[in-house]
Ligand binder design. Sequence first.
Ligand code: BT5
Length: 271
Amino acid sequence: MRAKFDLSRLQIGLRNRFLGKTMFFSKNVPSTNDWAEELARFGAFEGTVVVAVTQTRGRGRLHRKWVSPDGGLWFSVIFRPKLSARDAHKLTFVAGVAVAETLREMYGLKTETKWPNDVSVDGRKICGILGKANASGGKVDFVILGIGVNANFDPKHALPKSLREKATSLENELGRRVRLEKLLAKLLEKLEETYDIYAREGFNTVLEKWKGYACFLGHEVELSDKNLKIKGLACGVNQDGALVLRLEDGNLANIVTGDVSMRSDRGLRRH
Ligand code: BT5
C-alpha cells in the first residue's frame, strides 16, 4: 500500500451529518459497489461508505472493466433518497459536481464534467462514477454510488496501454502524491453538501453546477452507443439528465445512454 489510510483520523475530522458515519475498509475486494449493495440489502444505513485499496473486478457501466490499482481511491456510498426510480440516475450528477469541485478546491485542477458520468482534466479521465439503483413499486429503496479517483499512481505504469492516453491521475497532474484520507474526507463532505442541495432545491440547481464544469457543451461531439455512432452539436443536458444533441439534419435528439467524445480541428479529442 503506497499511501496509508488513517480512517480513525478521517472520521474524527469529518464534519458530516450522516455521510461516512459508518465506514468499512478493505485491502482488496472484487468491487466496492457489489460490497455496498450487499450491505444495503441487509439494511445498512444511508451514508454507509465502503473503501478498498484495490479492486480485482472494478466495474464501469455496461459491465465494462474499471482498472483499480493500488494508490487509487475506490469507494462506494449507500444512499436512500426519496426519489422515484426514474430520477435515481440524477445522483450521478451529484457525484460529478462533488468530485469536480473537490479536485478544484483542493488541488487547483481545472476539472471538467463529461456526460454522463466522468470527471476529466484536459480531456483525460481522472474519475469515473457508477450509480446503481434498487427500486420497488417505482420508488427507490437504495442507490449505490461508486466513485473511482485515479490518485497516487502513474497511468503510464499502472494502467493498460489502451488507457494511457485517455486517462490521467492526481499524481500525474500534480507531480506528487496526495493524502488519500484527506481527499476522501473532502469528497464525502462535498457529496453530502451537494446531495442536500438536491433535496432542498431540486435537481436543477445541481444540474446548473454540473453544466458549469461541462467542457463539451456548445461543441461538436460524437456519441457512441453500442454499434451506433452519431455526430452532433452538444446543446445541453435537460431536466431528465439527457444529453440534447442537434443532429446534422438539424433535428434535436435527447440521448439517454452512450459515451461522448469531443470533435476538434485536430480530430477527436482524447476521452
Ligand atoms: C465508469 O464507467 O467510468 C465508472 C467507473 C466507476 C468506478 C468505481 S471505483 C469504486 C466503485 N466500484 C466499482 O466496481 N466501480 C466503482 P464507464 O463510463 O463505463 O467507463 C469505463 C471505461 O473507462 C473502461 O471501459 C475504460 O475504457 C476506462 N477505464 C477503466 N479504468 C480506468 C481508470 N482507472 N481510469 C480511467 N479510465 C479507465
